[in-house]
Design a protein around this ligand. Structure first.
Ligand SMILES: Cc1cc2nc3c(=O)[nH]c(=O)nc-3n(C[C@H](O)[C@H](O)[C@H](O)COP(=O)(O)OP(=O)(O)OC[C@H]3O[C@@H](n4cnc5c(N)ncnc54)[C@H](O)[C@@H]3O)c2cc1C
Length: 600
């Protein structure tokens, strides 16, 4: 390959959501001259922009009106009144939400930084909703004991992403829009760059850098019903795993309680934060039975399981009984139009229900990946349970596992996680680069493996007939939904694993019909499907081994949490025989936050 075909930067960031953009911007701000960001989508189409409900921080701007109970109206806190919130309370809620699997040192960093990062957004011009006296508006969210979701109507992610993208442009970050990362170049635990496709031309190009950062987002697309954008196919985790990086805690996948019935599109938790009810076929607010205290505002794992139980026991709604009703009618038109305009629009367009006067059918939807690429609180990727760093490789946001969410994430903690640890990774990268990091020599042609894979996909199929990757993807989503969904057990997980392995084998025979170079979405779809198959195997193996129920991982054959054996993180390494598991301790402050029973 001619040297001119190789692109070089000091730093390459893959992913232009909040995590990647914060990292790129902060690295430039801290003195790195040359940062390139790759995104397979236009940066502003990153899934961060779809986030609706809010970003958590204990700002102490609002409180419940005295005497109105845990679901009553909120009012702004008078300037001289006692604060009701603190980073310590935010920390406890996050640890409890994580079912004690979150690393408490990282959680402490996140909740302390939360206040600063929300004000950083405000100072950059982010258009938050406001209290009557002009402070940032806050609402309630599941699992948080005070109203600390800072929001911009139900467009929070959209306004945050636009704000930080503008800043990145201002700082001179170079964006490669519609470039698709295919491989990481890692040799002997040193990262040397990535290999990517320029989607517009089809050219496959090695990109060398002193440091690489992954902010490639989540992987809800492995399930049939999901809130995730079509791009959320976990490319980053699959690429890292292929390059010898372990994946951590992949068994923990969050199902959000309110995906639009049959579509999975998110009806933000803000619906319940603003006071929405969940009803079964008999019109009962069934959460009374499962979380009498927090009701609809219990954490997501608990609410989703409660819904699924109602559905499984025949109390679901709609003709197939697979739905639950979200009732927002009592909020009234004015509040809905002011606070939830986007979700009203979504329900109108997709199920023809106006939430102002109609019951909206919803169902649990695959939403968030707690697991991912293991990294420390500076975004430094680690290679094993001892914390050995992979030099020059960083990760943050949903593709990373730092681990602040443990076994279950609280709503609004993810925009926070992506922002806080994206920024920290950017600063750590700047220090690494300015400290004398050099471009590393690369052996051979790093683009060759990707070239070969694509040539194989475009070659003539054996016997004249290849497999359709789209059909394989559908089969995967089916088995993941039925066998590795909200409720799991040994038999179902074994079925999932056997199905995934059979699909991986069939993928060898997958071919594309479009053999052109420019904008070949057929090839990209095939590569994304291969990525889904790669990390789904890790999910199934990790879930099968974990013989307990914790957070979002609910085993009907092991219904109890088992701290004695399972208060530890899973690490999965790629081997020729499939994922090899090892385990890593959880960082716990045994005096302040020892494990307790998790009740709501
Ligand atoms: C509908 C919805 C609503 C949500 N609401 C909230 C909320 O209210 N509050 C909250 O805290 N969290 C919310 N979340 C979760 C939160 O939005 C995400 O976890 C977070 O935004 C992830 O940010 P990120 O930067 O890690 O990734 P993303 O924003 O997903 O960005 C990923 C980036 O990686 C790029 N990429 C991926 N693969 C490749 C590849 N192979 N090559 C090149 N580029 C690639 C993409 O183009 C994109 O730019 C919500 C999620 C969803 C789906």
């Amino acid at each position: 390959m001619a040297p001119s075909d190789v692109i070089t930067h000091d730093v390459i960031v893959v992913g232009a959501g909040l995590a990647g953009t914060w990292a790129a911007m902060s690295a430039m701000e801290a003195g790195v001259r040359d940062v390139g960001v790759l995104s397979k989508l236009h940066p502003l189409r990153s899934h961060s922009g779809a986030a609706q409900g809010g970003i958590a921080a204990a700002l102490n701007n609002v409180r419940p009106v005295a005497g109105t109970g845990p679901r009553g109206p909120l009012e702004q806190i008078p300037p001289d009144a006692e604060p009701i919130d603190s980073w310590e309370l935010h920390m406890f809620d996050t640890i409890k939400g994580s079912d004690w699997l979150g690393d408490q040192d990282a959680i402490e960093i996140m909740v302390k930084d939360a206040i600063d990062i929300v004000y950083a957004y405000e100072h950059m011009g982010c258009v938050f909703s406001r209290t009557p006296d002009g402070r940032i508006a806050q609402r309630r969210f599941g699992g948080h004991s005070t109203p600390r979701a800072n929001y911009a109507a139900d467009w929070t992610g959209h306004v945050l992403l636009h704000t930080i993208h503008e800043q990145a442009l201002k700082h001179g970050v170079k964006f490669y829009s519609e470039w698709f990362a295919l491989d990481l170049i890692v040799e002997d635990r040193v990262c040397k760059g990535v290999v990517a496709m320029n989607i517009q031309t089809g050219a496959i190009i090695p990109m060398r850098a002193k440091a690489v950062m992954f902010g490639t987002g989540g992987y809800g697309r492995a399930w049939k019903i999901t809130s995730n954008a079509t791009a959320n196919t976990g490319d980053g985790v699959a690429i890292a795993y292929n390059a010898g990086i372990p994946l951590m805690d992949m068994e923990f996948v969050q199902f959000h309680p309110t995906g639009l019935y049959r579509h999975g599109i998110l009806m933000s938790e803000a619906c319940r934060g603003e006071g929405g009810y969940l009803l079964n076929k008999a019109g009962e607010r069934f959460m009374e039975r499962y979380a009498p205290d927090k009701m609809e505002l219990a954490p997501r794992d608990l609410v989703s399981r409660s819904e699924q139980r109602e559905i499984d026991e025949g109390r679901g709604v709609e003709e197939d009984g697979q739905g639950i009703y979200l009732d927002l009618r009592h909020l009234g038109r004015d509040k809905i139009m002011e606070r939830l305009p986007q979700v009203r629009d979504i329900a109108l367009k997709f199920v023809g229900v106006d939430i102002i006067d109609g019951l909206c059918p919803i169902q649990p939807t695959a939403h968030y990946s707690m697991g991912g690429i293991p990294a420390n609180a500076d975004g430094q990727v680690i290679a094993d349970a001892e914390g050995t760093p992979v030099i020059g490789l960083y990760a943050a946001g949903e593709c990373a596992c730092i681990s602040v969410h443990g076994a279950n994430r609280l709503g609004t903690n993810s925009l926070l996680d992506a922002s806080v640890f994206g920024r920290r990774a950017g600063y750590a990268i700047a220090e690494f680069v300015k400290g004398g990091a050099a471009l590393q020599p690369v052996e051979g042609d790093p683009a060759a493996p990707a070239q070969r894979r694509i040539a194989h996909l475009m070659s003539d199929p054996p016997g004249g007939k290849g497999e359709s990757w789209a059909a394989l993807a559908r089969a995967l989503k089916e088995t993941m939904t039925v066998n590795a969904g909200i409720f799991r057990d040994e038999a179902r997980l074994k079925t999932a694993l056997a199905d995934i392995r059979a699909l991986q084998e069939r993928f060898e025979r997958a071919r594309v019909m479009d053999r052109s170079r420019r904008f070949n979405t057929d090839v990209l779809g095939a590569i994304e499907t291969e990525n889904l198959l790669i990390f789904s195997e890790v999910i199934a193996v990790s879930a099968l081994e974990r013989t307990e129920s914790r957070g979002a991982h609910a085993r009907t054959d092991y219904p109890k949490r088992d701290d004695e054996n399972w208060l530890r993180h899973t690490l999965a390494h790629k081997t020729p025989d499939g994922p090899a598991l090892s385990y890593k301790g959880v960082t716990i402050d045994w005096e302040k936050y020892p494990p307790q029973e998790r009740k709501y």
